[in-house]
Write a protein that binds this ligand. Structure first.
Ligand SMILES: Nc1ncnc2c1ncn2[C@@H]1O[C@H](COP(=O)(O)OP(=O)(O)OP(=O)(O)O)[C@@H](O)[C@H]1O
Ligand SMILES: [Mg+2]
Length: 272
C-alpha cells in the first residue's frame, strides 16, 4: 500500500539579505490510509513549517527542497493553482490560528459555502443544509445564526471547530490538523477528538495531528514523531515515546503527565 503522505528529507530555509536560516533540516516520515500520525515538539521545532512547506503555502522567501508525495504524486514544485485545488478538497487542513483562516469581511455562511462550491456540485439548498448539519456535528449552538455572523463575532474555539468541520466534511484523503483543539474548552475538546477518531475510522482518512497536548495525541495518534530544531529526534507508538523518548522537551511533557496521574491516584486513595 502506498503512503498517503510521504516526506523525504524535506528541508525549508529562509533567505534574507544577510543570511540563510535553516528552519526544517531534512524531515522524513510517512502516513498510511486510516492512520493518524501525531507530531510533537516544542515551540519553534518546525511542526507547522514542515506541513506548510509540503502543502505549498509558504511564500517565495522560503526555499523548500526534498520530497513530499501525496498518494505517490510529488507536491514540491507543483504550481500554486494545482496545490490550491488539492487543499480543501483531497487534502483538508486545519491551521493553527483560526482567525487568520477566515476572511474578516465575509459572513461565516458565505465562507463555508464558498469551500463547498469549489469542491462539490451542490445546489444552494443542499449547501445550507450541509452547513447546518456540519455546525451541529461540531457542537455549535444556533447554527442558523452562526451562518450570518462575521468571524470577529465568534470565539477562537468556535472558529477552530468550524474549520475542523469544513475540512472534514470534504471527506479528504489526508487531514492535517495543526493544534486543532488549543482554543477549545476541555469538554468540547473531548467531543471534537472523538469526532476526529470517528472520521479516521469511518473514512479511512490519513491524519496528521500536531499538538503540545500529550493526552490529546495519545487519544488520536497511532504513531508519534517528535521534532526538535527542524529534525526528527524520536518516533514510535505512544508507549515507545513515553518510555524511550530522548528529546528533553518530550521528557518534560511526559514527567508532567505522569506526575499529574500519580497525584490523582494518591488523591483517590486518600493520600493527599
Ligand atoms: N513567517 C516566518 N518567518 C520567519 N521564520 C519563521 C516564520 N514562521 C516560523 N518561523 C521560524 O521557523 C521555525 C519553525 O517554526 P514553526 O512555526 O514550524 O514551529 P512550530 O513547531 O509549529 O511551533 P509552535 O508549537 O509554536 O506552533 C522557528 O524557528 C520559527 O521561528
Ligand atoms: Mg506551529
Amino acid at each position: 500500500m502506498k503512503p498517503v503522505l510521504e516526506l523525504n528529507q524535506l528541508q525549508v530555509s529562509l533567505h534574507s539579505r544577510k543570511q540563510n536560516h535553516e528552519l526544517v533540516k531534512g524531515v522524513t516520515f510517512s502516513v498510511m490510509q486510516g492512520e493518524c500520525l501525531g507530531i510533537l515538539g516544542e515551540s519553534g521545532s518546525g511542526k507547522s513549517m514542515s506541513m506548510k512547506a509540503a502543502m505549498g503555502i509558504l511564500d517565495k522567501n522560503f526555499l523548500v527542497s526534498g520530497s513530499a508525495k501525496f498518494l505517490g504524486e510529488e507536491l514540491i514544485g507543483k504550481s500554486s493553482e494545482e496545490l490550491r485545488g488539492l487543499r480543501g478538497g483531497k487534502i483538508g487542513m486545519v491551521l493553527q490560528n483560526p482567525i487568520t483562516c477566515f476572511d474578516p469581511l465575509y459572513r461565516i455562511g458565505n465562507q463555508i459555502s464558498e469551500t463547498f462550491m469549489a469542491h462539490r456540485k451542490w445546489g444552494a439548498k443542499e449547501i445550507r443544509e450541509r452547513s447546518i448539519a456540519m455546525l451541529n456535528k461540531m457542537k455549535i449552538r444556533n447554527p442558523e445564526e452562526v451562518l450570518e455572523k462575521y468571524p470577529h463575532q465568534l470565539s477562537g474555539g468556535m472558529l477552530q471547530r468550524i474549520m475542523i468541520g469544513i475540512a472534514t466534511s470534504m471527506k479528504p484523503s489526508l487531514l492535517i490538523a495543526d493544534e486543532p483543539t488549543t482554543a477549545i474548552d476541555a469538554i468540547t475538546q473531548f467531543e471534537i477528538l472523538n469526532e476526529l477518531v470517528d472520521i479516521k475510522k469511518n473514512y479511512k482518512v490519513a491524519m496528521i495531528f500536531i499538538s503540545h497536548d500529550l493526552n490529546a495525541i495519545s487519544r488520536v495518534a497511532d504513531r508519534i514523531v517528535v521534532l526538535n530544531q527542524g529534525t526528527v529526534v524520536d518516533q514510535g507508538d505512544f508507549h515507545h515515546i513515553i518510555h524511550h523518548a530522548t528529546d528533553p522537551y518530550t521528557r518534560l511533557l511526559i514527567e508532567k503527565r505522569t506526575d499529574v496521574m500519580r497525584r490523582y491516584k494518591l488523591a483517590l486513595q486518600g493520600g493527599v
